[in-house]
Design a protein around this ligand. Structure first.
Ligand code: GLY
Length: 398
């Protein structure tokens, strides 16, 4: 099968055994996979327990920041992130063309700032890490950073500029994906909860939904933080995903005179993301609180205090919205992508902080896996088997 760029070329799925797919979850990844498969001619149903994209996809900030967020010891994940970021412009063009819906893609780049000596030491460590990984970032003085963003605090002493780390409006994105999926012939069942995945003799047979069975050759588990709540998955295939709570807020800037144009990372892991409509998103806390969804004074205070230190002008802005979300996080913070021990049951979950960034490569590789039967090499390191206990080995013969 020809595979060029991010899209798998159309195939004739008529009479093909590979033509019926049920996807559990209409988040950014479930919808992106469904859209690609439907475009390629497969018969796809997405089952969503509420509205599409109202989990982590809605709560996100839409940063496409493989470089700025590179972490030590995560080389395989970095390659996946970079590859997906490379696919983003084509993914966006195709989606906007298919739907006529602009998705707020912005390419000013990302700035990470340091306010005191400890932050400057962290910044330098990160810059050296990025340089050693061959990432295209630049070290700036405080005044060079203010040259790019005049309202930054005079206390900022140094910064990193990452011109290739962009952003997209995740809420516009999900609305566009929903339209694209349905226009491509996909069936979207909303406010519908899968009772269980149905298997027979080691193969998937479909899902149970409202007492009825929907038959399918393939079932894709893309239920984000809720992936462990779906019944009918054997213990060895149950993805080790937990919800990782984040609190966020949005302030309202004058869209004609925005306080900020780049994505900005302040110290202590706080980011600010300016949108075309004047909203300035500020995120996010990282809390091990299971599915707790409360906003707390401490959480919002932390976001406002750290962002105000870097961009004091936010003091005057109105609060537009505050919300919480749950990142789907695996034990090693990397996604879980690929087949399971059950023929036809495929996992695409655990995207942690990178669901929006990783949507194009998730869609491409999972579609390829379904349509061709071959495991794409990009996702080889991210299978569920990495979490399984090694089987007892026969003791070494002397
Ligand atoms: N991707 C941003 C966050 O997880 O807060």
């Amino acid at each position: 099968m020809p595979v060029q760029g991010v899209f798998v070329s159309n195939i004739n799925c008529e009479n093909s055994l590979r033509n019926t797919v049920v996807i559990i979850g209409a988040g950014v990844c479930g919808l992106s996979i469904g859209w690609q498969l439907a475009e390629a001619g497969a018969k796809v149903t997405i089952v969503e327990k509420s509205e599409p994209g109202r989990g982590a996809t809605w709560a996100a900030a839409g940063m496409l920041a493989a470089r700025a967020e590179a972490e030590p010891g995560e080389q395989a994940l970095l390659s996946l992130n970079l590859k997906s970021q490379e696919y983003w412009p084509e993914f966006r063009n195709k989606l906007e063309k298919a739907t006529g819906v602009p998705i707020g893609y912005r390419d000013e780049g990302t700035i990470i700032v340091a306010l005191d000596r400890d932050d400057a030491a962290d910044l330098e460590f990160n810059y050296k890490l990025q340089a050693s990984l061959g990432l295209d970032t630049k070290l700036l003085s405080g005044s060079e950073a203010r040259g790019k963003e005049p309202f930054l605090s005079p206390k900022i002493n140094s910064a990193i500029f990452s011109p290739l780390d962009h952003q997209v409006d995740n809420r516009d994105l999900v609305n566009a994906l929903r339209i694209a999926f349905v226009r491509a012939g996909g069936d979207l069942k909303i406010y519908s909860e899968v009772d269980s995945i149905v298997t027979e003799n080691g193969s998937v047979r479909g899902v149970h939904l409202n007492g009825e069975e929907i038959p399918a050759q393939f079932v894709v588990l893309a239920a984000g933080a809720w992936s462990r709540t779906i019944r009918g998955i054997a213990k060895e295939d149950l993805p080790p995903i937990r919800p990782l709570k984040g609190q966020m807020l949005a302030l309202r800037m004058d869209p004609n005179k925005p306080l900020l144009r780049h994505v900005l990372w302040a110290p202590k892991g706080i980011y600010m993301v300016p949108r075309n409509d004047g909203r300035l998103l500020i995120g996010a806390t990282v809390e091990e609180k299971d599915f707790d969804a409360e906003l707390t004074a401490g959480g919002i205070l932390h976001l406002l205090r750290e962002s105000w230190e870097a961009l004091p002008g936010i003091d005057e802005l109105e609060i537009d919205e505050m919300w919480t979300g749950h990142r789907p996080t695996s034990r090693d913070d990397a996604p879980i992508l690929g087949p399971t021990s059950v023929e036809g049951l495929i996992i695409a979950t655990g995207h942690h902080r990178n669901g929006i960034l990783l949507a194009p490569i998730t869609a491409k590789t999972i579609s390829q896996l379904i349509l061709t039967g071959d495991l794409p090499k990009e996702i080889e390191p991210f299978g569920i088997e990495r979490f399984r206990k090694p089987k007892n080995r026969t003791p070494h013969a002397a």
